[in-house]
Design a binder for this molecule. Structure first.
Ligand code: PMP
Length: 407
């Protein structure tokens, strides 16, 4: 395979060169939002300088160029995710909007009192709260598949929970807190056998693992562009064509209709049926550039580098007395949650920030997972392919130093 030259790759990310509190930045918060390569920044800049116009509304040249660029992001996403058809990709503002679209357009009209939606203990609030809102309005119930102390989904329990009352299962591909990679293909096979649609929250997966929707076998896949090195306010929902065709619109407005009359309106076919109003055109132009950039690096090279970073980071934290790691799954992305005895997560994060090191502290929008581990918050170091072993050394040295200030 291609050799991965991280020093060379870092030059593509202008922000990584800055300092914070007089120290070189160590950015370990990519699960929150990833930094953007120059190619993305320049694509957005070029869009506004050279072909800013609204999409699908004008026959003039700029409108055609903007539409072509926006629609090419759909093509790139379809290819990147291994979707059978570009028509199955609905462009959204992110994973949250993608899941809410399924909740309101697909689940709400279908669920009845006594039905169940199966989720897991490790879900982000974006894959819990929309289902709770649908449950409130339909009388359906949320059911939770448990995880182990190691932070892995207990697959047998998940499969056992797929009873006839379950009308939808919704699972993270990768946990934003633990880094666990769930065995989605296996879960999808079990759900499919029982006729239960599976939604996968791919927000944290796409930046790290190759996603191939043809082999995953799920029915819905939600993803986030800003964690995939693209602009904020971008994301997508993939769903099987036959499912999308049966879904009514969620938002009404321009660009999602076939014909509007005061005695009744007919709607455009998917995916445009779900894209009312002026979309984040600049954002998707940038996301298209992000996907091109990632294609240039290659998933295999990224994966090997990230695994080495994960091993290094995990070893460094394990070697430190009084450090508790959360989630030691066999299959992980380079995301590590931890706590240090005698120190509050926020205090440590603040002291690390003074060393130029950006980590996240808090509940990570995963209250039930915090409740499972019996803690209010964790520190989370989340890495991307642009991080280095030297940064891990700096982080470990800084952590060892600042914890003594709190002990
Ligand atoms: N699911 C997971 C697992 C996430 O990590 C996030 C983002 N933190 C979301 C959903 C929500 O994504 P977005 O902010 O793009 O809506």
């Amino acid at each position: 395979g291609r050799a991965f030259d991280v020093a060379r790759v870092r030059e593509d990310f202008p922000l990584l060169a800055r300092t914070v509190h007089g120290k070189p930045l160590v950015y370990f918060d990519s699960a929150n939002t990833a930094q953007k390569p120059r190619a993305v920044i320049e694509a957005v800049d070029r869009y506004y300088r050279e072909f800013n116009a609204n999409v699908a509304r004008a026959v003039h040249q700029l409108g055609e160029e903007a539409t072509a660029a926006y629609e090419s992001a759909r093509d790139k996403l379809a290819r990147f995710l291994g979707a059978p058809s570009r028509e199955e990709i609905v462009l959204t503002s992110g994973t949250t909007q993608a899941i809410n679209l399924v909740a309101y357009s697909w689940a709400l009209p279908r669920l009845r009192a006594g039905d169940e939606i199966l989720v897991t203990t490790m879900e982000h609030h974006a894959n819990i709260v929309p289902w709770q809102l649908v449950c409130e309005r339909t009388g359906a119930r949320l059911k939770v598949a448990p995880i182990s102390e190691r932070g892995e989904l207990i697959v047998d329990r998940f499969v056992d929970a797929l009873t006839p009352s379950v009308k939808l299962a919704a699972v993270a591909h990768v946990s934003n807190v633990l880094g666990t990679i769930n065995p989605v293909a296996e879960l999808a096979r079990a759900a499919r056998k029982r006729g239960i649609p599976l939604l996968v929250d791919g927000s944290q997966a796409a930046p790290h693992v190759a996603v191939d929707l043809r082999t995953l076998g799920c029915d819905f896949y939600a993803m986030t562009g800003h964690k995939l090195f693209g602009p904020t306010g971008t994301g997508a929902l993939w769903a099987r064509r036959e499912i999308l065709r049966e879904m009514p619109p969620f938002f009404g407005g321009g660009e999602m209709i076939r014909e509007v009359r005061f005695d009744g309106t007919t709607f455009a076919d998917p995916p445009h049926r779900f894209e009312a109003g002026t979309p984040n055109i600049a954002g998707f132009v940038g996301l298209g550039a992000a996907i091109d950039y990632l294609d240039g690096l290659g998933h295999a090279a990224i994966g090997a580098h990230e695994q080495a970073l994960l091993d290094h980071l995990t070893e460094a934290l394990r070697a430190m007395p009084g450090v508790r790691l959360f989630g030691e799954a066999a299959h992980k992305v380079p995301v590590v949650s931890f706590l240090v005895d005698g120190a509050h997560a926020h205090d440590l994060a603040t002291l690390l920030d003074h060393e130029g090191i950006a980590v996240r502290s808090g509940h990570h929008c995963a209250h039930p997972l915090m409740q499972f581990f019996g803690v209010p918050a964790t520190l989370r170091a989340s890495l991307a392919f642009y991080n280095t072993h030297e940064e891990i050394e700096r982080f470990a040295a800084a952590l060892a130093r600042v914890r003594t200030l709190l002990a």
